[in-house]
Design a protein around this ligand. Sequence first.
Ligand code: SF4
Ligand code: SF4
Length: 400
Amino acid sequence: MQYRDARNGEKLSVLGYGCMRFSRKGGAVDIDKTEKEIMEAYNSGINYYDTAYIYPGSEAALGEILERNGIRDKVYIATKLPHFKVSSRKGIDKVFAEELSRLRTDHVDFYLMHHLSDIAQWDRLKDMGILDWIEEKKADGSIRNIGFSYHGNSDMFVKILNDYDWDFCQVQYNYLDENTQAGVIGVKAAAEKGIPVIIMEPLRGGKLANMLPEAARKVVAQNKRGWTPAQWGLRWLYNQKEVTVVLSGMNSMEMVKENVQTASDALPGHFTEEDHALIARIKAEFMAHEKVGCTGCRYCMPCPRGVDIPGIFRAWNMMYSESKFDGWRYYFQAVALTQEPSHAKMCIECGKCEKHCPQEIPIREMLKKADKDIRPFPINAVISVGRRVMMRSAAKKKNS
Ligand code: SF4
Ligand code: SF4
C-alpha cells in the first residue's frame, strides 16, 4: 500500500474503504461478510474508512467491526454531518452524539459537511453556530480534521473552499468528470492550499468498471497493459499527485484484492502518452452519444447573466450518454437548485460566450435546445416546487 500525507501529520492509504455499499442480507448489513472484507482491506494496509450518518446501517456496522477486531485506534474514520437534516446547533449535537455511539468511539478523525453543492448550505450551518461548534470539537479532541464533501460546479467549489480553513475536502472525480463537478480546477485548487483531496465516485458508481460502451470495452481488452476497466479508472486518478485518497465502495473479496493491487503500484506520473490516449478514446466513445460537443473547458465563462453554460451542456449530455436520471440529478445539483439559479432561460443572447468557444459551438442555439429537453413540464414543476421550498426556508431563517 502507498500512503500520502494529510494536513495534520496523518499518512493516509491511497485506497480508502467506501462504506456506502456494504453487502446486505435480509434488509440489514451482512456483518460477517463485511467483516471479512474489511479485515482483508485492513491487513492489506487500508487505513481510511469513509461512512456517513445517512448510509443505512453503515456507521453501526463499521463501529462493530472495528471494535470486535480491536483496530479502532489503528484506522481513520471519516463520517459526515447531514446538514439537510439539522436546523439548530442542538440538532448538530444530537446527530454527532449518535454517530459517536454508532461508531463506538470517542472521536472522528475526519468529519465532513455532507454533500454541499452551494455556499448557501454552508452559510446556513454558520448561522447555526457551526464555526464555534467545530472549534469546540477540535479543542476537546472529538474531531481531528474538518472538511466537506461536494457536488456542484467548480466555481462554487472554489468559493466554499476559500470560505474556511478546511483540513480536507472530498469530491466526485473520475475521467468523465474531469471538467464537471469540482473537476480538475477544484482538485488543483484544493491541492494548492495543501489540503488532502479525497476522491469519491472514482468509477462513477461502477459505470467505468462494467458499463463502458462496446467499442471502448474492446480497446481496453486489446491493450497490452492488461488492466481492467476499473484499473484504468483508478490509475487515471493515482497518476495525479493532487489526489490523496481514492474511495472505493468495496463489497467483495475480489474487489478488495484487485483495488489493493492497483493501489500498491500506481504512482503519480506513471501514465504514458499511450495511456492518456486510451483514456481519451474511452471518453470519445462516451461522447459519441452526447448532444453537444462541449468539453467543459469553461473558456466561455463567466456569462454576464450567470448562465452555467458547461453545467447545462454536461447535464444534457449525461441524459443521453449515461441516463436521463443522471442528467437530471446533475442539473438539479449544479444548475437548478442552487441559491442563484443559472439556467438557460436567463440568456439574453449577447453572444459573448460564442467568441471564446474553441469548439465553435453555437451556444445560444444549443442552450435553447438543451433547456427544452432538460426541462419538460413535469421536471420544471419539480424545480419550481424545490425553489419555493428553498426560498421559504431562507425567508424563515431571515425572520428568526
Ligand atoms: S449569449 Fe447568453 S449564455 Fe452567452 S454570454 Fe450572452 S447571456 Fe451568457
Ligand atoms: S467554451 Fe465551448 S466547449 Fe468550452 S465549456 Fe464553453 S461551451 Fe463548452
